[in-house]
Design a protein. Structure first.
Length: 822
């Protein structure tokens, strides 16, 4: 493969990815915000903002899948004589003399230069603030005085992006704004445009766009500013250098400030723009009839209205990330590994925690809420960083469970309510609650979470302990076994598209939620079987730990029975079967015409080590290499489906090599890698891992891969696809947490456990000595590992100068030095 064009590079020292060409093969985005107020921002400043929930509280408008791509964002237009340009190149696309976008940890800095003027914008959401800061610095690098006309631009979304996109008969009449351009008592200096659509009735929230300097004009009506037949690239007001001072009444409200700037040679000026969100109490909504109460907006603005205040908030944000990323740090000397482990993988985990699968450039933010299984998995990616929020997340998730152990497949973050549109019936879902909870307790030692009283379906009065929720989760599997004593699959298992009880010939119905034929079904899942064994064993250990020995024994029996069922009915000779269909026929068997082998059951059954003693694990792992592996990773199934099989559902609806039909669905590759790790096959584990590790892909395939090279994507087109290696659905994927879990615990081998840290690496023979610094509860461990060419097996551990027995470093506060020899 010849060297591909590169669009950027890593800057590890600053924890940034530096994009040097705005025409990336796809918008390369970043996320701003860490708690309530969030923004998506592309390398050309496209994207949007929302408060907590991209579905119900959208602040600015975005156009998905548009022509040109990535339309709508926060745009600064600079008119310098007859030249109009933007620091991020778009929307004018005026060729720049210099362009750079630096995506960092919760911030993005975009710099453009044109005709001797440099414009640099720092975008971030300060900690605990409901606002996006845009600090624009204009610098005159020429030898003449520059007189520039600066226009800002944001377009308001009408709060609910779904109705905003379709209900125009109403929307075109509801838009309302207020404008504050003159300083009066109590108001901040500068100019503020308020967006208050629907505030007159049921909403108690509004948004604003502020700049900290006086303006010479403004616009709030899109049609007036842009011109009906123009584009963002050539708005009338900007092209003529004349704001219209328009006041929006209905149609499409926007916010644009107009500022005249004079810069002497060498001079630079800062402008702080602030996009904020405010909620008022019901009885304090108005300061006068029809006039919104701006007290809180003024207070927020006054906290961020100077360069000094903004710089301080930015320093706090950086310190926050320093602290988070200091908890687990590795030094191997391999930059490509270190930068993913120390920076980008952990960063992506935090983003998936915050956004689940809701808002990306592939997820519209209106479709999905927080997934039950997704959120539990995401938890293992950040529990070491923010345990209190992990704890809350577990309780929120468990609160959407039903008394029989089933659960809503998704819930909405704003209301924390289960999502009725999709409902429940995904039979793997409940097990994930154990996965998440156990990870939390091992990290923190906080068993008290098990005693938390948690309701069913958010109904007050139904509370039982969280432990009870765990118990009924596994019982849900035990109570729903099929003819082979394997778990019934329900609507689907982890593979949302393996819809074995949905027989659909109607393209207008959803594969997942359509009325299905589960009555009398024989459809069983080997993936759930493996998941049940893994989480069941964890549950048994947990029960022993808290003295519930009878319960431990009861579950151990169920686990043993499941292992027997898999050995008896789940083995195909060279690999584990994937499932039984509605009629009880094998899926993922050599007997099948297509899709003879699937990755999910290989991953989970090898992680569960089912039949390891009979050679099943080793054979299954070998089969993954033989049939699933390709240049870009392991495909989900092989051979790909070439036709729609209506008993199988959505999986066979995809063209060969895409999505659940034989793409490299990155999320599940780590399961096999962990299987390899447990089996001690370090070389194989590493080679699978490096294939989907973004920094390795970055080096080779920026054009082919298409999506952001600093994070994992959900899927990479598989070997049967038209363009193998092309990535899609970047950012919001369980891949992040699974990559983290795999590398931190199974490859580098630092595993939190109830009583301490277990050391159990699995490495390629070529691995050299490395050091991990791990903050764990109130202790800090400096762990140096000497692999000595071994793939697996710890020979000795020396803790603070004294050898210890076994492989668990017992927990004790303080700073410890550990030497591990393999
Ligand atoms: C998507 C979903 C996840 C599912 C996977 C496989 O990533 O978010 O829940 O397990 O697809 O279908
Ligand atoms: C579609 C997608 C799948 C995703 C599911 C979520 O089926 O193909 O990846 O998990 O929707 O509902």
């Amino acid at each position: 493969m010849e060297q591909q064009k590169r669009y950027g590079h890593f800057d590890d020292e600053h924890r940034e990815y530096v994009i040097t060409d705005p025409k990336t093969p796809w918008p390369w985005i970043n996320y701003l915000g860490n708690e309530d107020f969030f923004s998506l921002i592309s390398n050309t400043a496209g994207g949007y903002s929302f408060y907590k929930d991209a579905k119900f509280r959208r602040i600015t408008r975005y156009r998905y899948n548009n022509v040109p791509m990535d339309n709508g964002g926060r745009y600064f237009y600079i008119k310098d004589g007859d030249t109009v340009w933007n620091p991020g190149w778009k929307p004018c696309k005026t060729p720049l003399d210099f362009y750079e976008c630096r995506h960092g940890m919760s911030y993005t800095r975009i710099t453009g230069k044109k005709n001797g003027v440099e414009a640099s914008v720092l975008f971030f959401v300060p900690l605990k603030k409901w606002a996006e800061v845009q600090k624009l610095t204009l610098k005159n690098e020429s030898a003449e005085t520059k007189s520039l006309k600066l226009f800002s631009f944001e377009e308001w979304g009408l709060w609910n992006p779904a109705t905003d996109m379709e209900n125009f008969q109403r929307n075109f009449s509801t838009g309302e704004v207020e404008i504050e351009t003159t300083v009066h008592e109590g108001s901040p200096s500068g100019a503020t445009i308020y967006h208050k659509t629907e505030y007159r009735e049921r909403r108690n929230h509004y948004a604003f766009y502020h700049v900290n300097v006086p303006v010479q004009g403004y616009d709030t009506d899109r049609e007036t500013f842009v011109g009906l037949y123009n584009e963002f690239a050539n708005p009338d007001a900007v092209m003529e250098g004349k704001p219209r001072n328009s006041h929006a009444h209905g149609w499409s409200p926007i916010a644009s400030h107009y500022i005249e700037v004079t810069l002497a040679p060498g001079e630079s000026k800062d402008f702080v723009f602030l996009l904020g969100y405010i909620e008022n109490e019901q009885d304090k909504k108005f300061e006068a009839p029809q006039v919104i109460n701006k007290e809180k907006a003024h207070a927020l603005i006054s906290e961020l209205d100077t360069t000094e205040k903004v710089d301080k908030a930015f320093a706090e944000l950086n310190a926050y990330w320093d602290a988070l990323l200091n908890i687990y740090k590795v030094k191997t000397g391999n930059d490509k590994l270190d930068r993913m482990v120390n920076i980008w993988n952990q960063y992506q985990c935090m983003v998936t925690f915050n956004f689940s699968r809701s808002a990306s450039f592939f997820e519209s933010g209106v479709g999905r809420g927080m997934g039950f299984r997704d959120s539990n998995q995401d938890l293992v990616g950040f529990v070491h960083q923010i345990p209190p929020r992990a704890r809350q997340r577990i309780i929120d998730i468990a609160s959407t469970q039903f008394p029989d152990g089933g659960c809503y497949h998704q819930y909405q973050p704003l209301t924390k309510r289960g999502n009725n549109d999709i409902g429940g019936g995904f039979n793997d879902d409940p097990c994930w609650l154990i996965f998440g909870t156990v990870a939390y307790i091992k990290e923190t030692g906080d068993f008290s979470i098990l005693d938390e009283m948690v309701p069913f379906d958010n109904q007050p009065g139904t509370e039982v302990t969280l432990f009870e929720h765990l118990k009924i989760s596994l019982n849900h599997v035990i109570n729903n076994l099929g003819p082979h004593m394997l778990p019934l699959i329900g609507r689907a298992d982890w593979n949302d598209c393996l819809n074995l009880n949905c027989f659909s010939w109607d393209p207008n119905e959803s594969f997942q939620t359509t009325e299905n034929v589960s009555e009398g079904t024989k459809a069983e899942s080997l993936m759930i079987a493996g998941l049940f064994v893994v989480t069941g064993k964890e549950y048994v250990t947990l029960c022993e730990k808290i003295g519930k020995h009878d319960e431990a024994a009861r579950m151990q029996k169920a686990v043993d029975a499941m292992i027997e069922a898999v050995k008896k009915h789940g083995w195909d000779g060279e690999w584990y079967l994937r499932a039984y269909d509605f009629y009880g026929r094998k899926i993922g068997s050599n007997e099948c015409e297509e899709a003879k082998i699937f990755i999910e059951s290989q991953g989970w059954c090898t992680m569960a080590e089912i039949g390891a003693e009979d050679g099943m694990v080793a054979k299954s792992l070998d089969s993954c290499k033989k049939y699933l592996e390709c240049e870009h990773g392991m495909v989900l199934n092989n051979p790909a489906f070439t036709k729609y099989i209506y008993e199988y559902g959505e999986i066979s609806s995809y063209p060969e090599g895409y999505k659940e039909n034989a793409s490299i669905f990155c999320h599940n590759n780590p399961w096999v890698i962990i299987g390899e790790g447990l089996a001690g096959r370090g070389n194989d584990a590493w080679s699978h891992y490096a294939k989907i590790l973004p920094s390795y892909v970055e080096e080779k395939y920026q054009t082919l891969h298409k999506v952001e090279p600093y994070v994992n994507c959900q899927m990479v087109a598989g070997k049967d696809a038209f363009r193998p290696g092309e990535g899609k659905n970047s950012w919001l994927t369980g891949t992040a947490a699974w990559m983290w879990y795999t590398v931190s615990e199974f490859i580098l081998g630092i595993k939190p456990d109830y009583d301490g840290i277990r050391i159990d690496p699995c490495l390629p023979e070529t691995a050299g000595d490395y050091t991990v610094t791990r903050r764990f509860r109130d202790a800090e461990y400096d762990i140096t590992i000497h692999p000595n060419g071994q793939q697996k097996g710890v020979k000795s551990i020396v803790l603070d100068g004294s050898p210890i027995e076994g492989t668990v470093i017992p927990y004790s506060t303080g700073h410890h030095h550990i030497e591990v020899t393999m």
